[in-house]
Design a protein around this ligand. Structure first.
Ligand SMILES: Nc1nc2c(ncn2[C@@H]2O[C@H](COP(=O)(O)OP(=O)(O)OP(=O)(O)O)[C@@H](O)[C@H]2O)c(=O)[nH]1
Ligand SMILES: [Zn+2]
Length: 198
C-alpha cells in the first residue's frame, strides 16, 4: 500500500464529527448559531481529522520509499524535529522536539523521511512513551540498521492549562536499540544532540 497523503477531508467523517462538536459547543453554554461560531463545528471537525491523519498512514512504507544502498557506517542524526501530538487522556496537545539517530547497516534513508514518520505517529491520540517506541521500532525494523536512538522532549498542555498547572516542566522519553545500547555510542549521540554544533 502506498502511503496516503492528506489531501482531502472525508465528508462523512466531517459531518459526523461536526455534529458532535456542535453538541459540545451548546453544552458549554455557547450559542452555535451566532456568527463567529456558525462554521466552527465544521472547522473543528476538519482540524481534528488533520491532527489524527496518522491513522491512515503507513510509516514503514514511507521509509521504504527512499532507502538507498550506501557504505556509510557512522551515526546519522536528525535533531530538533518539531512535533505536535494529542494526549490520549485529555485530547489536549503536547508538543516539543524529537532527536533521532541511526547507524546504517548497508542502507541509508532519505533524510526527510525521518521527520515524516515522526508526524505519522504524532498525528494520533498518543502518550509520549508509545510515540517514542513506535518511531524507534519502525526505523529499527524497516531499515535494519546497526542501531537506532530516539529522544523526545515535550510539554503537555494538559499539565499546563489545567490539572497540575506546571508551565515549565518538560518530559523526556528515550529509546535505544543495537549499537546505542553501548554506553560510549549512546553518550556520543546525547552529546551531539545537546551541542550547538550545526
Ligand atoms: N505517561 C503519560 N502520561 C500522560 C501523557 N499525557 C498525559 N498524561 C497523564 O495522564 C494522566 C491521566 O490521569 P488521570 O488521573 O486519569 O487524569 P486527571 O484527573 O485529569 O489528572 P490530572 O492531569 O493530574 O488532573 C495524567 O497524569 C496526565 O498528566 C503521556 O504522554 N504519558
Ligand atoms: Zn493529557
Amino acid at each position: 500500500m502506498m502511503y496516503k497523503k492528506f489531501e482531502e477531508y472525508n465528508i462523512q467523517v466531517t459531518e459526523a464529527v461536526q455534529l458532535n462538536y456542535s453538541g459540545i459547543i451548546s453544552e458549554i453554554g455557547e450559542d452555535v448559531t451566532r456568527d463567529g461560531l456558525l462554521k466552527t463545528p465544521e472547522r473543528a471537525a476538519k482540524a481534528m481529522q488533520f491532527l489524527t491523519q496518522g491513522y491512515d498512514m503507513d510509516a514503514a512504507e514511507i521509509l521504504k520509499g527512499a532507502m538507498f544502498s550506501e557504505e556509510y557506517n557512522n551515526m546519522v542524526i536528525v535533531k530538533d524535529i518539531e512535533l505536535y501530538s494529542l494526549c490520549e487522556h485529555h485530547m489536549l496537545p503536547f508538543f516539543g522536539k524529537a532527536h533521532i539517530a541511526y547507524i546504517p547497516n548497508g542502507k541509508i534513508v532519505g533524510l526527510s523521511k525521518i521527520p515524516r514518520i515522526v508526524d505519522v505517529f504524532a498525528r494520533r491520540l498518543q502518550v509520549q512513551e508509545r510515540l517514542t517506541d513506535q518511531v524507534l521500532k519502525c526505523i529499527d525494523e524497516t531499515l535494519n540498521p546497526q542501531g537506532v536512538a530516539v529522544v523526545i522532549e515535550a510539554s503537555h498542555m494538559c499539565m499546563m492549562m489545567r490539572g497540575v498547572q506546571k508551565q515549565n516542566s518538560v518530559t523526556t522519553t528515550s529509546g535505544f536499540t543495537g549499537a546505542f545500547k553501548n554506553q560510549e555510542t549512546r553518550n556520543e549521540f546525547l552529546k551531539l544532540i545537546t551541542s550547538d554544533l550545526t
